[in-house]
Write a protein that binds this ligand. Structure first.
Ligand SMILES: [Zn+2]
Length: 281
């Protein structure tokens, strides 16, 4: 290439934004897949302070796919797919759970199978987040060390056999454990951070998206939007004091990063995301 031509090429590269020195973030996409819905006829369980007695609430149970140029991460796996086969869904007390979509079929819409997923991580190991976890036993399981210990403890084996059966295959999966935070792709765009309290190793997911900016998925640090504004605690938080400390750390983080917050079970937050197979980028 002549000197003149190479200068022209450099100029074109700069003008088209393809300069080698470009600082553009990698193209990370956030997909929210439908992995169930629950109608609650009495929200009493959602405030130990008694603030929601007799109120109704609909919660959503998304499975999130985070697509990064270096690989794909599934964050939470929703309600068990077996509920889809139950006529009218599953009724347990005030809870009416339904699964209308199919996780494998949704991945299929992106021409993907579960085998294409390099990484699986869970905000925590409660029933409604591990429903399809065994589908990803061939992925690398990224988990907070205390949460993994809790998942496969004798106590869990004796007291929560139903949940354990949904993720039992992960005990043998290739596993990466962390304690405070884990940078999934090594560039700071997809970070998993400990926010214990709801369970011993609960975590949140922090994303840096090129267009949408910083986005944080809460796990069950908050189970619905009013839990955040009214500062209520469900009876499902294992350690209320620890949850409170994590919420304070979380709110500091949100302010510092100016992040968009997605409360995972909050229908309004889910509805505000692009409808699958569209994505936030
Ligand atoms: Zn939950």
């Amino acid at each position: 290439m002549t000197k003149q031509l190479s200068i022209l090429a450099l100029l074109l590269l700069t003008l088209t934004g393809c300069s080698p020195s470009s600082t553009t973030l990698p193209a990370v996409k956030l997909y929210a897949m439908d992995c169930g819905i629950t109608d609650i006829s009495d929200m009493s369980d959602f405030s130990i302070e008694g603030k929601y007695k007799g109120e109704k609430l609909t919660l959503v149970y998304p499975c999130f796919l985070i697509s990064h140029p270096k690989g794909d991460l599934i964050w939470d796996t929703g309600l068990p797919q077996t509920i889809a086969d139950m006529p009218g869904g599953l009724k347990m007390g005030v809870y009416h759970m339904q699964v209308k979509a199919n996780l494998k079929q949704q991945l299929g819409q992106l021409n993907m199978t579960t085998k294409d997923i390099e990484f699986l991580s869970l905000s925590h190991s409660h029933f409604d987040h591990v429903g399809n976890a065994n589908l990803f036993a061939q992925s690398t399981f990224i988990v907070n060390a205390p949460e993994r210990e809790y998942m496969f403890s004798d106590n869990r084996k004796h007291t929560d056999q139903d949940s354990l059966a949904l993720y039992s295959e992960l005990e043998k999966a290739k596993t990466t454990t962390f304690n405070n935070e884990h940078d999934v792709f090594g560039d700071g765009t997809v970070m998993i951070k400990s926010m214990p309290g709801h369970t011993v190793g609960s975590a949140i997911l922090m994303l840096k998206l090129a267009k949408a900016g910083p986005v944080i998925l809460t796990g069950d640090l908050y189970t619905h939007a009013r839990a955040r504004t009214m500062e209520t605690f469900t009876r499902y938080h294992g350690d209320q004091a620890q949850t409170k400390r994590s919420r304070e750390a979380f709110e500091d983080l949100v302010k510092q990063k100016k992040a968009r917050v997605i409360i995972q079970h909050e229908k309004a937050d889910y509805d505000a995301l692009p409808a699958f197979p569209m994505y936030l980028e």
